[in-house]
Design a binder for this molecule. Structure first.
Ligand code: NAP
Length: 260
C-alpha cells in the first residue's frame, strides 16, 4: 500500500533537521529517507553497495547525500559521522535501520552466520548510536529498526530474532542512559514488508514470496502484508516533535500480526 501521497505530506515536519538513515539505499530505509526528505530534512544515507546508494540518491532527490560504509565496521562509521560533523556540525534524527538476516534451523547455524548478523544488527546498531551521540543535542530522536521476530517464532530464524530482541533491550536501557539529555530513543517493529531483502538475504523466489505474502495475509488482522512506506510513516512520527513524550518504547507496525 502506497501511503506516500505527496499532496498530504507536511513539508515542514522535519524542516531544518539533519537526518541519517543507515541502510537508506533500499527497502524500508529508502522509503524512510524519501519521506524525511519530503518532510524537509537534509538526509544522509549509508549502505555497503555504491551502485544502490547512487540510484537511491537519484530517487530521494532533495540534496540527499550518500556515504558508503558498513555499519559493522567502526572505521566506516567514523567516516560517516566525520563527514556529517564536518558539513552539518550536528545530527537531529538517526534512523539506525541497516540490518539483515538469513534462515538457518537450529542444528545448522554456523559460527560465521552468528557473527555476521550479530556484527551487523547488534554491534552495528550499538556503535552507530554511540558514535552519533556527540553530534546530537536536546530534541534529537533515535529510531531503531527492530522486528516482530523479536517476540514471535519464525522457523529457522533464531539468530536474526535474537539480534532484534537485543535491540529492543538496548532501547530500554539507552532511554535511561540518555536521561537529562533530551534525546529520545525508540524502536519500530515491522511485520511482513516485501523488500529486496526477501531475495538478496532470505533467498526467496517470486513464488515463495507470493506464498509468504498469502500466509501473512491469513494470519494478520488487516489481511495483508505492510509496505515500506507504512513503516516509514511510523519512523517519521517517532522522529518528529509530535512524539516529544515518547521514549523507550516499541511501535509495532505489523497489521496486528504479532498481537493476536
Ligand atoms: N522487510 C521486512 O519484512 C522486515 C521486517 C522486520 C524488520 N526488518 C528490518 O528492516 C531493516 C531494513 O530491511 P529491508 O527489508 O528494508 O531490507 P533491504 O531492502 O535489503 O535494505 C537493507 C538496507 O540495509 C543496508 N545494509 C545491510 N547491511 C548493511 C551493513 N552491514 N552496513 C550498512 N548498510 C547495510 C543495505 O544496503 P547494502 O546491502 O548495500 O549494504 C540496504 O540499504 C532491517 O533492519 C531489517 O531487519 C525488515
Amino acid at each position: 500500500m502506497n501511503i506516500l501521497d505527496h499532496t498530504k505530506i507536511n513539508a515542514e515536519r522535519h524542516a531544518g533537521k539533519v537526518a541519517l538513515v543507515t541502510g537508506g539505499s533500499s527497502g524500508i530505509g529508502l522509503a524512510a529517507a524519501k519521506r524525511l526528505a519530503l518532510e524537509g530534512a537534509k538526509v544522509y544515507i549509508t549502505g555497503r553497495r555504491q551502485s544502490e546508494l547512487d540510484s537511491a540518491i537519484a530517487e530521494i532527490g532533495h540534496h540527499a547525500t550518500a556515504v558508503q560504509g558498513d555499519v559493522s565496521k567502526n572505521a566506516d562509521l567514523d567516516r560517516v559521522f566525520g563527514l556529517i560533523e564536518e558539513v552539518e556540525e550536528r545530527l537531529d534524527i538517526l534512523l539506525a535501520n541497516a540490518g539483515g538476516g538469513e534462515f538457518a534451523p537450529l542444528g545448522e547455524i554456523t559460527e560465521a552466520q552468528f557473527h555476521k548478523y550479530f556484527d551487523i544488527n547488534v554491534k552495528g546498531t550499538l556503535f552507530t548510536v554511540q558514535k552519533a551521540l556527540p553530534l546530537m543535542s536536546s530534541g534529537g530522536s533515535i529510531v531503531i529498526t527492530g522486528s516482530i521476530a523479536a517476540v514471535k517464532a519464525f522457523p529457522a530464524f533464531s539468530v536474526y530474532a535474537a539480534t532484534k530482541a537485543a535491540l529492543r533491550s538496548f532501547v530500554r536501557t539507552w532511554s535511561v542512559d540518555l536521561r537529562g539529555r533530551g534525546i529520545r530513543v525508540n524502536i519500530v517493529a515491522p511485520g511482513t514488508v516485501v523488500t529486496p531483502a526477501y531475495k538478496t538475504e532470505l533467498g526467496f523466489s517470486d513464488e515463495q514470496i507470493e506464498q509468504f505474502m498469502a500466509q501473512t495475509s491469513e494470519i494478520t488482522p488487516l489481511g495483508r502484508p505492510g509496505s515500506a512506506d507504512e513503516i516509514a510513516g511510523a519512523m517519521s512520527f517517532l522522529a518528529s516533535d509530535e512524539a516529544s513524550y515518547i521514549t523507550a518504547t516499541e511501535l509495532v507496525v505489523d497489521g496486528g500480526q504479532s498481537q493476536i
